[in-house]
Every structure is written in C-alpha cells, then in structure tokens.
Design a protein around this ligand. Sequence first.
Ligand SMILES: NC(=O)c1ccc[n+]([C@@H]2O[C@H](COP(=O)([O-])OP(=O)(O)OC[C@H]3O[C@@H](n4cnc5c(N)ncnc54)[C@H](OP(=O)(O)O)[C@@H]3O)[C@@H](O)[C@H]2O)c1
Length: 309
Amino acid sequence: MMQKDSRIYIAGHRGMVGSAIHRKLLREGHDNIIVKASQELDLRNQQVTADFFKEHKPEYVFLAAAKVGGILANNEYKADFLYDNLMIQNNVIHQAYEYGVKKLMFLGSSCIYPKMAPQPLKEEYLLTGLLEPTNEPYAVAKIAGIKMCDAYRYQYGCNFISVMPTNLYGPNDNYDLQKSHVLPALIRKFHEAKANGTAEVVVWGTGTPLREFLHADDLADACYYLMQQYNDAGFVNIGVGTDISIAELAEMIKDIVGYKGKIIWDTEKPDGTPRKLMDVTKLTKLGWKATIQLKDGIKEVYKQKFDTN
Ligand SMILES: NC(=O)c1ccc[n+]([C@@H]2O[C@H](COP(=O)([O-])OP(=O)(O)OC[C@H]3O[C@@H](n4cnc5c(N)ncnc54)[C@H](OP(=O)(O)O)[C@@H]3O)[C@@H](O)[C@H]2O)c1
C-alpha cells in the first residue's frame, strides 16, 4: 500500500491523466510526489531515464506519459506514435524493475481492442482480431506495454499492473483541432461558431458511432483505488459502462455551449470504430464505480476552458 510519504513518480504529470492523478494524490495527502516535464526528462532516452530512476528511486510509478492524439494525428504520425510510445514505456518499465519499484501502473487505452470485437469490450477480447488501422501503431505500442508488465511480473515478480481507460475528457485536455479527441474538438468548434456567429458547424463522420466518455477525475479516482487494491496480471478496463452516439454528444455540447446554428455531417471523413464501450464488470467487482455524469462533466470543463462569465 502507498503510504502518505511514499516516493511516488507520476510520469506525464502535465497531461490530462497525469494531472488528474496528481490532484488526486495531493487530495489524499501524499507529500512525496516526484514530477518532471518532458523537457527536463525525455523518457524516450534510455540513459536519462536510468539516471532519473537512480537518483530518485521512486517506490510507486504511475506511467501516464505517452504520445497521445485523435484520429488525424494517429493516422498521420504513425511512426512517431509507435516509436515514442514504445520507447517511453520500455524505458520506464525496465528502469522500474532495475530500481525495485514496489508497484507500477501502466495506462493504456480502449483502442487496444480489435476493431470488430463484440461489444461491450471485455478484457479477454485482447488480441482476438485485427485492430482499427487508423490507430494501429498506437494500439500495438499499448498492447506491448501490457505484455511488458505481465512479462516482468512473470519473470521477475514485479508488481506491475495495467489499466485501460475509455475515452476521457477533463481539465488539461487538448483543444488543438489537429490533435484533439472528439469531445474537446466539438466543444471548441461549437464555442468558436457561437463566438463568430457562424451559421453551420461541420462535424466529421456520420454521427452514428457510439462512444463512452469518462471524466479524468473519475479515472484518477479509479487509478488510485486500483493502485491500492489490484495486484494481478492482465489489465482492468476503466469506464462508465454506458455509451452515446457522436450525434447525441454533438447535440448535448451544442446545447451546453448555447450554439443556435446547424450541424453538418461530413460523411466523407472516417468514422473510426463503429462502437467502443468498455465492459466494466471486472472493475465493478473490484469495488469501483464512476460518479461524474457526462452532462455535468462537460458543463464543468466548458466553464473552465471557455466560459467568460
Ligand atoms: N485522453 C484520453 O482520452 C485517453 C483515453 C484513454 C487512455 N489514455 C491514456 O492516458 C495516458 C495519458 O494520456 P493524456 O490524455 O493525459 O495525454 P496528454 O494530455 O497528451 O499528456 C501526455 C503526457 O505525456 C508526457 N510525455 C509525452 N512525451 C514524453 C516524453 N518523450 N518524455 C516524457 N514525457 C512525455 C507529456 O509531458 P509534457 O507535458 O511535460 O510534455 C504529457 O504530460 C496515455 O497513456 C493514454 O493512452 C488517454
């Protein structure tokens, strides 16, 4: 169990996930948290990562550093998504073993599942079919991360665990339209259209894909819970267990933002996986459940990011 004074390293503490974990640890009274921005510590570099572990000897590690992006970025920068993510996770997981880290949590994502896997996605569907081509390199890296944790557990007895969150949103999300995920991209598009008095907002795809969204603070709560409670191979899905269509999501955000114009669906653009809903039976049995309602969460992030009132 992590103690209040345990040395805890959060890799990726400035990101949406890492910052939520950071806030959670501070709220829980942890006072020995180690953080470094990528400019000071590039985790793709084996030597500097080894030097960092040698100097700081963390006891617990949350591995939330990764190269992350939406369909556009994933599709265009395939080499970077594969290389950066493999390097970051290989270096951190291996050095965690070298320096006797008591427990490490590796964060993956729901894109690890086969494109046509049955829904909702159960943990056992991993590696049962072909991946979604647009984010295959990212998914391959994340699958390698799960297997690394399991292999180090098996060969060296390391208590390294993996969790796979569904689509997230929350403070410190990426609102750059070239790199962002669907939810922040929609918030920004509707906000700007309202501010500029634009009559129409063009949204990618058909609006029919079904997606699940979890608030980053709920995720951080689940990560904290599992870091204290879960000590096994394999991985745990983290989600809310319900999904909505992109069209419904767009209407919800349009309403929250107060945009009065029209939504135009650009059906030439790719939809991605038709449905992505996590089966959260394992997580529920372990004793954790999400609490933040989607509408409330979006209202809060919109207010934080754009609302001028
Ligand atoms: N966002 C989602 O919807 C979502 C969903 C499921 C799972 N996840 C998973 O959660 C994890 C974190 O995602 P996120 O959304 O928090 O991403 P994010 O906001 O883009 O943050 C990524 C973090 O990784 C760090 N990083 C990137 N390259 C690095 C490098 N070479 N060396 C050191 N640090 C580096 C960045 O550090 P600096 O800021 O210092 O540059 C940043 O803090 C990922 O594993 C992702 O797969 C995210």
